[in-house]
Design a protein around this ligand. Structure first.
Ligand code: FAD
Length: 571
């Protein structure tokens, strides 16, 4: 304890989606917030995400003709969570998510629901075949201005077309699934970008922000309108406790300009809200808590950012930890010269590819939800020793039609134009399957047998091994022109290609245990007064599962919203 130098009502640690939403809501409720961010950029992983939020019974469902109910949503999440999140919290989420989404709209961060994007486990009770995931409406960066835009963490190269143009989830799906409008959509995006030269003189970033960029630029804009101080290059070191209450933070500030960092004590009259992400960039914590093998390099989140500082600070004042062995899993791949691994969310679902282990055997449904994909890699690796890394293998037809990793379809960028440094680093090639097998060190007979079997499944439309394409979730990212199963095509036409996949993540899922108002609990289940926690800093309300796209950002912002209501005495 001790006297702090500067006082705020609420101090928010981190600057991702949950953090900024909390600060904005606090300001709207008449409180004086401060946001502190460890890096020089605002937005964390949230800024380079898809920006999707999973919101049952959202305000846009009526327009889209989607039927939903809170009872079903509760049942669904509860089933997914398998007893690893309290009913109380699940109910709080389901009830408040739509209120929060409506608030986002009021503060200028618009969303629309995706009527065809299914919950990830569409056969579980209470699931919906679409409409709960919402995608950010495109945000015009001119509202922020080019200078403020530079302060927002830029997106991944993987999220951009030709490394430049942003794309929203609707357009991405239209193009990947080869819907009839696909070419038109691409032409429109390119045209809009190229005619916008007045803006390009001011900024190299596309003015039309989508996904996590739209979300975080929108929130940053709302924060600026409210004059909320956001201190970058300021990292939480520890929490100040006064009696039983958390009353402030010790931070280290500065250093980006080469001057010495200094320690400061800041006091929080009402609350400290921890929203500083997970621990995926902390190798020691990964080794302590996560399944092995593990490597902080595999994550798709920004280097150096989320090292679990605020999980440790919360634990140091008695906060209980939960779900520490879990991540938001996704297969990732390394592209040389990029600062972090790229997640492979959807390309693996398109027809004409398969994923194999070192024996050349398939071991999962390539089109299934990405968290299951990552877990299957660990399970198969434990059994065979050859699934980390795994290989995604595809043929010339696939290569011609679909983008994968950093490769554009060969119809647009043929092999001869692929960057030289990518061969045998990102993508491997063989004129025959046997040649490819030799190059990547995979059993050739096994690979040939798997390809032949896949070609047979493509003919019948039934994947007898893993039921790929067997439900509406799988089929969303399939080719509408491929029959009888949009996720299955023969792997038969040379040359053949492969890419290396790692069991990566888009953040960790375990952290401080919280109650329905996002208050941090101690190991006895008692509230630690003055301390709140949201996002990947806290143990997920979804337990071990990933109910639908937007299951991390939706809860981060919803519990931020509830935390402020609680702080203001309006639970
Ligand atoms: P972050 O957004 O990472 O913010 C944490 C911030 O805290 C960082 O800026 C960090 O620098 C800062 N920080 C860390 N330590 C300190 C400290 N000591 N002091 C001060 N600040 C600190 N999820 C979805 O729900 N929907 C999607 O569509 C989606 N798409 C994704 C796409 C990609 C490519 C990726 C990589 C992820 C995606 N995710 C998605 C996952 C989602 O982005 C993350 O789970 C989410 O952003 C985590 O939010 P957060 O606020 O907990 O952490």
């Amino acid at each position: 304890s001790g006297v702090a130098s500067v006082t705020f009502d609420v101090i928010v640690v981190g600057s991702g989606a949950g953090a900024l939403l909390a600060a904005i809501r606090a300001a709207d409720q008449g409180l004086k917030p401060l946001v502190i961010e460890k890096t020089s950029l605002i937005g964390g992983t949230s800024a380079l995400s898809g920006g999707g939020i999973w919101i049952p019974c959202n305000h846009d469902q009526a327009r889209a003709g989607v039927q939903d109910s809170l009872e079903d949503a509760f049942r669904y999440v509860r089933t997914c969570a398998r007893g690893e999140a309290s009913d109380d919290r699940v109910l709080a989420y389901v009830e408040t998510a739509r209120v929060m989404a409506d608030y986002l709209r009021q503060i200028g961060v618009a969303y629309r629901c995706m009527p065809l994007y299914a919950d990830y486990y569409p056969t579980l009770p209470g699931a919906r075949p679409g409409g709960r995931t919402m995608d950010p409406v495109d945000f015009n960066a001119a509202k922020l201005g080019p200078q403020a835009l530079e302060q927002v963490r830029p997106t991944n190269p993987g999220q951009l077309i030709f490394g430049r143009m942003n794309i929203n989830a609707f357009d991405a799906r239209t193009m990947l699934a080869k819907e009839p409008r696909a070419n038109w959509v691409l032409a429109k995006i390119m045209l809009r970008y190229f005619v916008d030269y007045p803006w390009r003189l001011k900024s190299r970033r596309d003015r039309r922000l989508t996904g996590g960029q739209a979300l975080m630029a929108g929130l940053f804009h709302a924060a600026r309108q409210r004059n909320i101080p956001i201190w970058t290059d300021t990292s939480l070191q520890s929490l100040i406790v006064d009696g039983a209450r958390v009353a402030g933070v010790v931070v280290r500030r500065g250093g980006a300009d080469g001057r010495e960092q200094r320690e400061e004590r800041l006091s929080a009259r009402r609350a400290v809200i921890l929203a500083a992400g997970g621990f995926e960039r902390n190798q020691a914590m990964r080794e302590q808590y996560l399944p092995q093998p593990t490597d902080q390099g595999w994550t798709a989140t920004p280097p150096g950012a989320n090292t679990g500082d605020a999980i440790q600070a919360g634990a140091a004042v008695g906060g209980a930890l939960h779900l520490m062995g879990l991540t938001w899993g996704v297969p990732t791949l390394l592209v040389p010269k990029e600062e972090k691994y790229r997640p492979m969310f959807v390309e693996r679902s398109m027809p004409g590819c398969m994923v194999v282990n070192a024996r050349g055997e398939r071991f999962l449904n390539e089109s299934g939800p990405y968290p299951e994909f990552q877990q299957a890699m660990f399970a198969n690796h434990a059994a065979t020793g050859g699934a980390i890394p795994a290989w995604i293998v595809f043929d010339a037809d696939f290569r011609a039609k679909y983008p994968i990793g950093p490769l554009m379809p060969s119809a647009a960028v043929p092999d001869a134009k692929v960057r030289k440094s990518w061969w045998d680093q990102v993508v491997w090639k063989g004129e025959t399957l046997a040649e490819l097998a030799g190059r990547i060190g995979v059993d050739a007979q096994g690979l040939a047998a798997s390809a032949a079997r896949m070609s047979e499944f493509a003919r019948t439309g039934k994947d007898l091994d893993f039921d790929r394409g067997g439900n509406v979730f799988d089929r969303y990212y399939g080719d509408v022109n491929v029959h009888p199963n949009p996720n299955l095509a023969p792997i038969a036409k040379g040359p053949f290609y492969a890419m290396k996949l790692w069991p990566g993540d888009i953040g960790t899922k375990g952290g401080l245990l919280t109650d329905r108002e996002a208050r941090v609990l101690d190991s006895g289940g008692q509230v630690i007064p003055g301390l709140y926690c949201v996002g990947n800093n806290s143990a997920s309300v979804m337990g071990p599962a990933y109910p639908g796209a937007g299951s991390t950002l939706g809860p981060a912002m919803t519990f931020a919203y509830r935390a402020i209501a609680e702080i203001c005495g309006q639970p």
